[in-house]
Design a protein around this ligand. Structure first.
Ligand SMILES: [Zn+2]
Length: 152
């Protein structure tokens, strides 16, 4: 999380930022789908109407707000509140008009995945690399393998 991008501060690899990007993109697709077809009046819960008030006002679809309801935006609101990136990504892939490689490419574009290859290693990455170089460790097991270890 402390990595910079090409020497400059970058937040694109922080979980909350990634969730925000994917939820925002998914919200646009979902509102477009919900308002595009011949649906009746849209109904959202109070929490979602408040959380997504900006997205729901530009352009403003006709909708009503009911306080105690699970609405068609609740999954996105909860993904954002709970920092659930996988749920946000899954929702995006379901909402994307074409369910093929294009959807995955667009998701990677939204999340700026290409930039992850240019993140700068932190001192921790270099110390791990030094240990390997000096033969003090021969294997490194991690659940978070990344390009920074390679570069270091
Ligand atoms: Zn809701």
């Amino acid at each position: 999380m402390g990595s910079t991008l090409r020497g400059a501060h970058w937040d694109g690899h922080k979980l909350c930022i990634m969730v925000e990007k994917v939820v925002e993109a998914t919200l646009k697709l979902r509102i477009k789908r919900l308002t595009g077809a011949s649906h009746g009046l849209l109904v959202f819960c109070e929490k979602c109407a408040r959380r997504f008030s900006e997205a729901l006002s530009n352009p403003e679809p006709e909708f009503e707000v009911y306080p105690k309801l699970t609405c068609k935006l609740c999954d996105l609101r909860l993904a954002k509140e709970r920092n659930e990136l996988t749920k946000g990504c899954e929702a995006f892939l379901w909402e994307y008009p074409q369910r093929n490689d294009e959807a995955y490419s667009e998701l990677a574009h939204i999340l700026q995945i290409r930039d992850f290859a240019d993140l700068d290693p932190t001192p921790a990455h270099y110390y791990l690399a030094f240990l390997v170089r000096e033969g003090l460790i021969s294997e490194l097991v991690t659940t978070n393998y990344d390009c920074n270890l390679e570069r270091a």
